[in-house]
Ligand binder design. Structure first.
Ligand SMILES: Nc1ncnc2c1ncn2[C@@H]1O[C@H](COP(=O)(O)OP(=O)(O)OP(=O)(O)O)[C@@H](O)[C@H]1O
Ligand SMILES: [Mg+2]
Length: 577
């Protein structure tokens, strides 16, 4: 790109070239008026051959410039210079994730550190109706201080081929992260970004991208038609839970993928927790208990039931947030606290699985992915053979159910779990799994029944109690739900998250001081627990101390809490304004 140091581009003075990609060259420049460095991205002049390019460029640049997020590199300006369109962005000192990846797998905890901000940024953009369309490691920047930023939102669309075939060819320059629907050239939606993010996760976990044929066209073909290579064939020690997340994120059909970035991030987080602590995962199906899915109207309606009516006015102040919090608290958050506990009590052997047999990983006998050696027949066929060989073995049906669940076939999975229950009515694990399948369909009533049955069979089963509480809550039966949560606390008073959940529940049902006590207990166990701070925000809001409330919600908004919780805290802050 013919721009030399010292040359002026609009009000910016070029310092030097930072890098070059398929569509543009990036320069470091100085903006004297504001006394700051910027990065200027000058698009290849060839784009000008496309007559619609400039209009599209301007339209997209305006949209992208509206994005304001702590993990998105902001676009300051855009214009033209010497017949070249350029974008001006914040200059970020650091290197790209592409430069960071060495072809070796990264530890899952490190991947999670990278995924969190990226997913948060992407979820935010999706909420604004903006797709990235070109998620790949070279568009993620890492700073030496640990900052992580996503860049080049919408750039792919700016450069999208119109009349010009040139830009199309350029687009095909790096198809490793392209979704099948992008490869086919059909309409895309946010699930396209989810797929591409899945490719990055695949690469970080295994050390290589799933498809890397010799020519771009072959890669494009593979994304559309070639089954995903099983991650465990590349990296045999990958945990089955992480592998499941990859398989789902990278499903060819977008309906089979995670539907929201947040869902993918939470599932990944759970899988990492499981992989590093040995705890049974909150099955990704539990993510049906997503915040927005808990209708606050239901909560209000049921809470106004006769026994709960007196002094229940405060139900009316419950946003979806608190309800959601309680639900989600109980899934991944619980596990996070378990993991934290596990981390906090190291033993000479290294990270110990929590010493409670009932919540240790209950590997599906063999586990869907461990069951078959790499390259062998698929898990369902194999499990089917087992069932044929032992039609009355409940465990065989459970395994088959797991294989179906892994495939995303929930109906068949549920059938198999129910069959397992028929064969062994005392099979607590089968009730829990059946409950998971029902919860994902938001059939809270039946899910609750299953979990409650599991609790009857194993009253000290923490996970079963927790899930019973969740499902009851989802079904609007708040009071019995709270009993299950209390039971979880009885079983393990040192888990901070159930205290936070109960604290939120109490505060939001008007039992302010009791709620505060629980929240303070949670904070004693974990002073930085965002969920407890979130509840304290509600407490202060309820007693009219807006300053304190703001402080608490700001804490959550700045924390590395789950993206949805950060979003809820931001919403609360907006309301306090
Ligand atoms: N805001 C920025 N601050 C500092 N350096 C940047 C910034 N944006 C991009 N760079 C550097 O410029 C390089 C080229 O970026 P560019 O986006 O043009 O290409 P790419 O993302 O590597 O590939 P492609 O064109 O295929 O998307 C990046 O790899 C990065 O090193
Ligand atoms: Mg880029």
């Amino acid at each position: 790109m013919p721009l030399s140091p010292g040359e002026n581009v609009g009000p910016y003075r070029i310092i030097g070239q930072l890098g070059q990609g398929g569509m543009a060259t990036v320069f470091k420049a100085y903006h004297p008026a504001l006394d700051r460095y910027v990065a200027i991205k000058v698009l290849h002049p060839a784009f000008k051959e496309d007559l619609n390019f400039l209009a599209r460029f301007q339209r997209e640049a305006r949209i992208v410039a509206k994005l304001e997020h702590p993990h998105i590199i902001p676009v300051y300006d855009f214009s033209e210079h010497r017949d070249m369109a350029y974008l001006v962005m914040r200059y970020v000192e650091g290197k790209t994730l592409k430069a960071h990846l060495t072809g070796e797998p990264l530890p899952p905890e490190r991947i999670l550190e990278i995924l969190r901000p990226v997913a948060e940024a992407l979820a935010y953009a999706h909420e604004q109706g903006v797709l990235h369309r070109d998620i790949k490691p070279s568009n993620v920047m890492l700073t030496p201080e640990g900052g992580i930023f996503l860049t080049d939102f919408g750039l792919a669309r700016m450069a999208q081929s119109g009349e010009s075939t040139l830009s199309q060819d350029m687009m095909i320059g790096t198809p490793q992260y392209m979704s099948p629907e992008q490869a086919k050239g059909v309409e895309v939606d946010e699930r396209t970004d989810i797929y591409s993010l899945g490719v990055i996760l695949f690469e970080m976990l295994t050390g290589r991208v799933p498809f890397s044929a010799d020519t771009p066209y072959a890669v494009v073909h593979d994304h559309i038609y070639t089954p995903l290579p099983l991650p465990s064939t590349i990296k045999p020690d990958i945990s089955p839970a992480l592998e499941r997340v990859l398989l789902k994120a990278l499903a060819k059909e977008k309906d089979d993928r995670y539907q929201k970035v947040t869902e993918l991030a939470l599932a990944f987080e759970d899988a990492v927790v499981e992989a590093t602590s040995g705890i049974t995962p909150a099955l990704e199906e539990e993510r049906a208990l997503e915040p927005a899915s808990v209708p606050s109207t239901v909560v209000e309606a049921k809470a106004a039931a006769p026994e709960a009516r007196p002094s229940r006015k405060r139900w009316l102040i419950i946003g979806g947030a608190a309800a959601a919090l309680l639900c989600v608290c109980c899934a991944g958050l619980f596990l996070a606290s378990q993991a934290q506990k596990a981390r906090g009590t190291p033993t000479p052997e290294g990270p110990t699985p929590i010493a409670r047999p009932e919540i240790k990983a209950t590997p599906l006998p063999g586990g869907p992915t461990r069951m078959s050696p790499p390259g062998d027949e698929d898990p369902v066929s194999q499990a089917l053979r087992q069932v044929q060989a032992n039609p009355n073995d409940p465990k065989a049906h459970l395994v088959l159910g797991d294989a179906y669940a892994l495939q995303g076939n929930r109906v068949k999975a549920l059938e198999e779990y129910e069959r397992a229950i028929e064969l062994d009515p005392e099979y607590a694990e089968a009730y829990i799994k059946a409950g998971n399948m029902l919860a994902v369909q938001r059939d809270w009533a039946r899910a609750a029944e299953m979990y409650q049955r599991a609790v009857e069979l194993q009253p000290d089963h923490i996970e079963a109690n927790l899930k019973a509480g969740q499902a009851l809550w989802g079904d609007g039966r708040i009071r019995p739900a709270a009993e299950y949560f209390k039971r979880v606390i009885e079983l393990d008073p040192d888990l901070p998250l159930p205290h936070a959940a109960i604290g939120n529940f109490l505060v939001n049902t008007g039992q302010l001081e009791e709620g505060r006590e629980e929240l303070e207990t949670a904070l004693r166990l974990d002073p930085a627990l965002p969920e407890a701070h979130f509840g304290m925000g509600f407490y202060w809001k309820a007693v009219g101390d807006i300053e304190e409330a703001r402080r608490e919600f700001e804490f959550v908004a700045r924390s590395d809490a789950k993206p949805w919780l950060v979003a809820e805290a931001r919403r609360e802050l907006q309301e306090l304004k």
